[in-house]
Design a protein around this ligand. Structure first.
Ligand SMILES: [Zn+2]
Length: 250
């Protein structure tokens, strides 16, 4: 009897310590890196998730490859940089890095030139999670940025536990064939308004409803994604890679 209660105690204490370990794991501050081609892509694709990360105290860095102005606005200053910082603040992101490559002209730059700053940032930040823009879009910059991100996040840095690709409204759905097939749904019902407010910061990029880059269409899209998994609103991702190291499972 004595032995049995001792065993029970020991079992309970083991399971208790496992529970504590799991809780610690769940509440641990993480470093998150978002990689996108143009200002506003980061909000369209994962603004709600970024706000969730910021809320739980994770450190989020956003890297935007292109300046987003020169091609479409032909030198006209639409204050894109200011819009980017306002949107980031709205989501709770303090660290935004603008690489300044020419808008809609990433194909004039060698892939190495795009990869290098991404690799440097990963080496410096040691992110646990990376969200990058899906490359199978109608936009050539998205394609090249995704290629560069795949190189920069190849599994040589043990810190990266997962790389997820996000879609971009008014680009991913206009590609053919449409190959963006999500495998991960994240409930953003608590941060959807923040995402929409962040998008409102990008005055020059917003369009009137029913354009997919209108606030109302973005809300519909989040609701539709969410409803697929009985949630009120969601953002969706394709898992590029997940790595569970040192005996971790699940
Ligand atoms: Zn874009």
């Amino acid at each position: 009897m004595r032995t049995m209660s001792h065993c029970l105690l020991r079992t309970r204490s083991k399971s208790e310590s496992g529970r504590v370990e799991r809780m610690q794991q769940a509440t641990k501050q993480r470093r998150v890196l978002v990689i996108a081609a143009h200002p506003d892509d980061e909000v369209l694709g994962c603004g709600g998730v970024v706000a969730l990360h910021a809320k739980r105290g994770d450190l989020v860095t956003t890297i935007l490859a292109c300046e987003g102005e020169s091609h479409r606005y032909q030198g006209r200053d639409v204050a894109m940089e200011q819009h980017t910082h306002n949107a980031a603040r709205m989501l709770g992101v303090n660290d935004v890095r603008l690489l300044g490559f020419p808008d809609q002209q990433l194909d004039t730059v060698t892939l190495t030139k795009i990869v290098t700053p991404l690799e440097e940032a990963i080496g410096e930040l040691q992110p646990t999670l990376v969200y990058c823009q899906w490359g199978g879009d109608v936009n050539r910059d998205h394609h090249l940025l995704f290629e560069a991100a795949l190189v920069a996040t190849r599994p040589v840095e043990a810190c990266i536990e997962a790389v997820y690709a996000f879609d971009t409204a008014s680009s991913t759905e206009w590609a053919y064939p449409r190959r963006f097939v999500p495998d991960t749904w994240v409930d953003i019902s608590s941060t959807l308004e923040q995402k929409l407010d962040a998008m409102r910061c990008y005055e020059s990029e917003l369009r009137d409803y029913p354009h997919p880059r209108s606030v109302r269409a973005l809300e519909h899209k989040a609701r539709a994604w969410g409803n697929q998994c009985s949630m009120d609103a969601a953002e969706v991702f394709m898992t590029v890679r997940r790595t569970l190291r040192e005996g971790r499972v699940g």
